[in-house]
Structure formats: C-alpha cells, structure tokens
Design a protein around this ligand. Structure first.
Ligand code: BES
Ligand code: MN
Ligand code: ZN
Length: 473
C-alpha cells in the first residue's frame, strides 16, 4: 500500500491503517517526504510492504508534481516485482478530479514495459503491465480513473509501435494496424492509399523518399466522425518514416541508431484518433500518415534533382536526410485538398535542431494561427506534455530559395527547426495550421518520471485534450 506524505511529515490523507507501523520511520528522520521520495516499511500483516511516498510541499503541489511522485512509487513497486498495489489518493489544494487524474496518470503511464524483443524467459517474467492489480483508494470520481485506463491502452499501443523493430513496424504493418483498429472500433474508418494511388494522386515527394526502399509506401487515413452535425473537422498529420537512414546523405552510425523512432508522429496521431473514438468525443478528426522508409540504394532519390510535389510546387533536394518535411508536404496538401479541415496539426520527429534548442522534455510548436497555437498551449499546460512556441520568421525563407526548383528542402544548419517549419508552411496555404516537432520527447535517451521506456507516447494526451476542448467549444 502507498501512503502519501507532505514534507512536514503529515499524511496527505485523513486517515490510514498503518499509523503504528510508520511511526518509527517518521521519527527516525530518514524519510523527509521530498517530492518522489519512497521509503518501504515491512509488516507481518496481509499488507507485506507499506510505502511512504513523499509529495513535497503541500502549497507547491501541481498536477505534474503528483504525476511524477506517483510515477516514482510505481517504479519502486516494479523494483520489488509487486503485482498488486493499493494507493491512497491524497487530499490536495487542487480540485479532486485533477488530483485523482494526476495520481492515476503517474501510476498508469509508468506501469508499462516493453519486453517483446527479449528472449522467451525474460519475456514471461515481464509482461507489458508490471503491476497487474492497481487500486486507488478514496476516489469519489471513478469515471476519471476509468478514462485514464482507456487512454493508457492507446498510449501503450503507441509506445509498442515506436519501441518495436523497424523491420516489424513497416509502412504496410502501420496500414494494417490502422485497419485493425478501425474494424474493432465503432465509428472508426480506415482508408489506405497504396503506391499506385500515390502515383495517381501525384505525390511525388513521398514517392521520391520511398524510391530506394524495398517496401511500398502507404498513405494511411484513420477517421472518426463524432459530431456529424458540426462543420468543424481536424486533420492530424503524422510523420510515418519507419526507418530513416538519411538516404544518400547517409546518417553516421550514432545518429541512425535511434531512427526506428521516426514514425513517432504517425503513431501518435493514429493513437489519438483511436482514443477519440473509444472515448466517443464529439469531434470530427482524421489522422493522415505518410508511411515509408528513407532507405539508401541504387534507386535513391538524388541530391540536386528536382521532384514535383502533390501541390504542384517543385522541390530541389540538397539533403536527402530532410525527408520528413517532404513526406509531410505531400500529406499536408493532400489532407487539406481532400478533407477541407478547419484546422490541421502535424506531428513529427522532424529535426535534430529542435533537440539542440529544447532538449528531451519539450516539443517545439510552430503555427500560422494564434487561436490554434493558444489552444495547443492550453492543452499542453493541462496534460504536462511541455510545448514551447517557436517563431516562423519569413526573413528566413530566403535560405530555401532554389536554383532549379521552387524550393530547396533544407536551408542550412542554423535555425534548422524553424526552416523545416517554414518549408512545411509553403504547403498549407491559408488553412489554420500548427506543426509540433517532437524529435526530443517522443523517444528519450533514458527512461524518466512516467516515461518508463524510450518511446514515451508524448503527444497523445496533448492532442486528445486539444480535441476535447474543441468538442466543448
Ligand atoms: N528524423 C530526423 C530528425 C531526428 C533527429 C529525429 C534526431 C529524432 C532524433 C530527420 O529526418 C532528419 O534527419 N533531419 C535532419 C535535417 C537536416 C538534414 C536539415 C537533421 O535534423 O539533422
Ligand atoms: Mn532524416
Ligand atoms: Zn527523419
């Protein structure tokens, strides 16, 4: 059982059954109840271990401090191979729904492991969910906990796809996964464009990036119409590069090492639309995922050559490793032309440059529409998935000017994340558009707080919250 304490060593609950057992620990002064601190006391009773969990200062508590503190309790439970965990939910200065949802998020998001690729023995030892029975005690709003269990199901799925081998999570597999979500979920529809369809639609940039790959490209659409009476329609476009070698502008080993994560944006938008359907949100939303590898070979698309995009603009390639903006450009203009969305948000592991700027805790937000940017910033504040607004300064568009084509695909290393954004902006016309570069937080170098594996699922709760707010307005 987990019992939360404030840093003045008072329990954060009105009463608990282990006052006696915990008294020596509290008196000894070993446990200071700092934010996330855990101490374990052993008893002879039915409850073998009692965990005292520090929440830090009562007057400083936020949703995020709660998420992280309870994440720490869950990690401790994993260390002890605990299969059953009861948790006393604290009383805090926050409203009770916020407290409950944050505690549940901290616990549930942390209760995940990825062991599919281990040998058989350790696979059995460690299933996806490590604590099998989790009960929250003192909850007056069980529906809040139930919702988080549903959301976690989507996030675990997204993490599985990103953590999975690039050889397994291929463009075709992503298409099949979308199809199977659609067939098992009321209201969800999948529409898959194959290579011949991409040729018919003249998506020359996706086809160029795909050229050296043995695997066909797909454009995956997953839609959910939760509010047929509304004209509002959101398109969520996600980068689905299932492996990024860099192409002829080949990546060095260290940079290629993590490139199975390059479909994170695609996984995120598919997971979000799946959850919108499971939660029956009153919104109309479509995920659009251009899926391909960026491979290298004798069929590679070429530096210096010019390729025609779906929009009709031509792009002169000066770096084949800037493939994400190419596949997104075609997907964005196709989504805008065919779906006529009121707003479009693209999500992509687009640049190393955004990691240099913001690190692994925050994603960068670029937008041509203040209202849309504010809505996403507001959602981010709520869910704790940190976003930082970045500029789209037209002065920098010069760097994308090409000799032969209409545009170069890269404009040099400086301000790389913004120049990628400026490139994308050329393909959205006047539609309200936002671009989230989550190259940092989508796939982290080491597990932390409620991100127990490299693939974090960052962005799913953010986009879901964004959609929910859209539904209420
Ligand atoms: N997929 C990478 C970006 C990336 C880097 C994602 C690190 C996750 C971690 C993207 O396709 C890429 O290679 N971008 C280049 C752009 C450059 C050539 C202008 C980059 O950031 O180096
Ligand atoms: Mn690349
Ligand atoms: Zn890439």
């Amino acid at each position: 059982m987990v019992i939360p304490f404030w840093d003045d060593l008072t329990a954060a609950v009105t009463e608990h059954p282990f006052t006696e057992e915990l008294a020596p620990l509290l008196q000894a002064g070993d446990f200071k109840a700092k934010q996330g601190e855990v101490s374990c006391v052993y008893t002879r009773g039915k409850e073998k271990r009692v965990l005292a969990l520090g929440l830090g200062k009562a007057e400083k508590v936020t949703c995020e401090t709660l998420r992280r503190a309870f994440a720490s309790a869950m990690r401790f439970a994993h260390g002890k191979k605990v299969k059953r965990l009861a948790v006393l939910v604290p009383h805090t200065r926050l409203v009770s729904e916020e407290t409950v949802s944050s505690v549940a998020e901290g616990l549930v998001l942390t209760n995940y492991a990825f062991t599919k690729l281990k040998g058989e023995a350790s696979q059995k030892e460690s299933p996806t969910v490590l604590v099998e029975h989790l009960s929250l005690i003192g909850v007056k709003c069980p529906e809040v906990v139930e919702k988080i269990q549903v959301v976690a199901k989507g996030i675990y799925l997204v993490r599985d796809w990103i953590n999975g081998n690039a050889d397994d999570i291929t463009p075709k597999m992503l298409a099949e996964l979308a199809r199977s979500l659609a067939s098992s979920t009321p209201g969800l529809k999948a529409h898959i464009l194959e290579k011949k369809d991409l040729e018919r639609e003249k998506m020359g940039l996706i086809l160029a990036v795909n050229r050296a790959s043995n695997l066909d490209p797909y454009l995956i659409e997953l839609s959910y119409q939760g509010d047929p009476s509304s004209q509002d329609k959101i398109a969520l476009v996600g980068k689905g590069v299932t492996y990024d070698t860099g192409g002829l502008s080949l990546k060095p080993t260290d940079n290629m090492l993590t490139m199975k994560c390059d479909m994170s944006g695609g996984a995120t938008v598919l997971g979000t639309v799946y959850l919108a359907a499971l939660l029956k949100l009153k919104v109309n939303v479509t995920a659009v995922v251009p899926a391909t590898e960026n491979s290298i070979g004798s069929k590679s698309y070429k530096l210096g050559d010019v390729y025609r995009s779906h929009s009709g603009k031509t792009v002169e390639i000066n770096n084949t490793d800037a493939e994400g903006r190419l596949v997104l450009a075609d997907a964005l203009s196709y989504a805008i032309q065919t779906l006529k969305p009121t707003a479009v948000v693209d999500v992509a592991t687009l640049t190393g440059s955004i990691i240099m700027a913001l690190g692994e805790e925050m994603a960068g937000l670029f937008a041509n529409d203040e209202g849309l940017a504010q809505d996403l910033m507001g959602a981010s504040e709520k869910t704790g998935e940190q976003l930082w607004r970045m500029p789209l300064n037209p002065d920098y568009k010069d760097s994308l000017r090409a000799d032969f084509g209409d545009l170069l695909n890269t404009g040099g290393r400086d301000a790389g994340a913004m120049k990628a954004g400026l490139f994308l902006q050329e393909f959205v016309g006047t539609t309200a558009w936002a671009h989230i570069d989550l190259a940092g937080p989508a796939y982290v170098s080491r597990p932390k707080h409620y991100w127990p594996t490299k693939a974090t699922g960052y962005g799913v709760r953010l986009l879901l919250e964004f959609l929910e707010r859209r539904a209420h307005s």
